[in-house]
Write a new protein. Sequence first.
Length: 330
Amino acid sequence: MIRISITTARVDHPDSYLKQLVQLGADCLDFGNGSSFVGVKEQGYPDLDELLKLRRRLRSFGLDINRVTLPNMSERFMRNLPGSEKELDHTINAMKVFGEAGVPIVRQRFAGDTFDQLMTRYDAVLRGGYISRGESLGLTKQQQETPTYEELKAWWERFLIVYGQLVPIAEDFNVKLSMHPSDTPNADTPFGSLGYHRITDAFPSKQVGYLYCIGTRAEAGGSSLVLDEINHYGRQGRIHLIHMRNVRGSLPTSGGFEETLLDDGDLNMFKVLMALKKVGYDGCVNPDHIPFLEGDDRERHSGDNRTACGIGLAYSIGYLKALLCAMYAI
């Protein structure tokens, strides 16, 4: 049975926020900030007792932890600079803590997997004036450099070192190790094109798979690419979590894109859910990167400062619940 998870960057939400999520119909939380857990700032990785305390608190509201994020691998580590090996020690220890706590899905972030200098970001104003993220290649007037083949190869070798340490731990604790695609998925980004496929080629373990982002992959190639990849990865059991994000345009067709509400983009989200059902997906769907509607307060309803449920979030959860109800009725 597919459930609904919500992304958060905090571990100290007030009771009112957690109550609102449950009232709207959310089932789980996905923690997107690896440094937000108690213990990371002090020792480099989460404190197990505090993590278990957090899980008990969430369960008292009817929620659970679905996905967490390990401490980031910084540019310093990816460039193999002196002293950076401590970062690997921290992420290994964090992986063990999450495994001990019984967390089902873990994500590792890597600096340098996107080429942000290529894109110009702007506020897209869409249906009725709601505001979302837009990005354009064409608006970036000055030509920007991207890594050479040799630099990308060296980057990949550093990635292999990290995953080479994390995969055996994932197997020992039965934790799913999941990778989000490069966002924005410009050509040659490590997880934006062919590199995304190479992860499971390099690590065929059944614990290795994807935090599959519908919107990011649509930015790379539209709905046909999304449906093809769901069929490909889904049949292999490699899809661990779904980010339900709709967009208009793509890099190949428009040189950019704009994120939208779930019903307002190029993708038919009901077809996406039906494709997931067909391959037997039974994880969570997460309505991430939610636009801001009239009445929403950006500071209160986004990022680390999120303290209440916005109108856009409420709409997105309700829309997904309706689609899931219709899908399971077929």
